[in-house]
Design a protein around this ligand. Structure first.
Ligand SMILES: Cc1ncc(COP(=O)(O)O)c(C=O)c1O
Length: 368
């Protein structure tokens, strides 16, 4: 079976650090977490990086630190992994779902602007599959309406747009280190921001809302335990050392797919040729009338694992409470129904690309 992905983690990259950590007895956040935060802040080009247990908790922490709660509305791209919307609801705020621009996966900023109300506090902009959205446009919209820009850059470590890395735009951003992401720590996440006050609140709330005194702590507000462990951070530091290699490997594989699919009938690749994208996933959109699930099952029968792109949150039962029906956000719904993720990992060879594209073409032809 050709798998969807293969995380590139070598035990040799971490074994010495793991031994040192276990022998030191400092297992929760310590010097490795601080080092990983510094590595990532330096790479992205921001003043602060705050490690967490996942991108979900990173996003939740940002909203909580910004004081977003009941009565507030947060604009969020509808086409995303539902963690993006769940954390808004977890804060007691209302996720206001925004459609994609037609024919692709990126946030439609005109639709976002049309949904702003006096209750809107923040704009959560997703970089789907590591393809940067229009972050300059999102930053302008946020500034003009006094909103916090929260970039969900879960898949976008190493992506850049307009000469600036994802994670380095105004407001705050969240990265994921789940094994299907660009680098992995098993589970893990990171917030990046240039805002000193926000960073201080993020650090406070990450650690129970407790201020350390000479002896013990003082708790001024209700926080969380979203701390990363030293073992995870050691893996994160080792992965950062290989980040350029991993990004280059992903982009090479994506370019091979772009070439092989350039003349294919019935498929478009919204991110084809996107220079600044990470290609966390290589996702294509099947033409109207092609049954995506049938294509995926035919490819499985040919020994190739695929999956959907991601979800139109408005069509998920958890979001029905906000009054949406499947199809209300038509472009996002179309992306949910017609998207297909092909296998991709750093260093995937040309022969695998050929095999996947051959199986895809025959599965599509059967229905075309
Ligand atoms: C866009 C997006 N946001 C958030 C998440 C959640 O990331 P994590 O698993 O690190 O919580 C994901 C995971 O797939 C994602 O794709």
């Amino acid at each position: 079976m050709i798998p969807l992905t293969r995380p590139l983690v070598d035990f040799a990259d971490v074994v010495e650090d793991f031994r040192r950590i276990v022998e030191s007895g400092t297992l929760t956040s310590g010097a490795y977490v601080a080092g990983f935060e510094a590595d990532l802040a330096d790479y992205v080009g921001v003043a602060h990086a705050i490690a967490t247990t996942s991108a979900t908790t990173a996003l939740h922490l940002v909203l909580a630190a910004a004081g977003i709660g009941p009565g507030d509305e947060v604009l969020v791209s509808d086409f995303t992994f539902p963690a993006s919307g769940n954390v808004i609801a977890q804060c007691g705020a209302r996720p206001v779902l925004v459609d994609c621009a037609p024919g692709g996966f990126l946030l439609d900023l005109e639709d976002a602007a049309a949904r702003i109300t006096p209750r809107t506090r923040a704009l959560m902009a997703i970089d789907p599959f590591g393809q940067p959205c229009d972050l300059a446009g999102a930053a302008t919209l946020a500034r003009d309406h006094g909103l916090l820009l929260v970039e969900d850059a879960a898949c976008a470590l190493g992506a850049h747009v307009d000469g600036r890395r994802c994670g380095a735009w105004p407001g705050a951003a969240a990265f994921s280190f789940h094994p299907r992401k660009i680098i992995t720590t098993g589970e893990g996440g990171m917030v990046t921001t240039d805002d000193d006050d926000l960073a201080a609140r993020l650090r406070l709330l990450r650690n129970h809302g407790g201020m350390r005194g000479d002896v013990g702590m003082r708790f001024d507000e209700h926080g969380f335990n979203y701390r990363m462990s030293e073992l995870q951070a050691a893996m994160g530091r080792a992965q950062m050392r290989r980040l350029d290699e991993m990004l280059a490997g992903r982009r090479t594989a994506a370019a091979a797919y772009d070439r092989a699919l350039a003349a294919a009938d019935g498929v478009t690749v919204p991110a084809a040729g996107s220079a600044g994208a990470t290609f966390q996933s290589y996702v294509l959109l099947l033409a109207d009338g092609i049954d995506r699930d049938a294509v995926s099952l035919a490819m499985r029968a040919a020994g190739i694992e695929t999956t959907i792109g991601t979800y139109a949150m408005h069509a998920q039962p958890a979001f029905a409470a906000y009054g949406h029906r499947p199809g209300d956000l038509p472009h996002s719904h179309r992306a949910q129904e017609g998207s297909l993720t092909l296998p991709l990992w750093p260093g995937m060879g040309a022969a695998v690309v050929e095999e996947v594209v051959a199986a895809l073409s025959s599965a599509v032809e059967e229905q075309w």
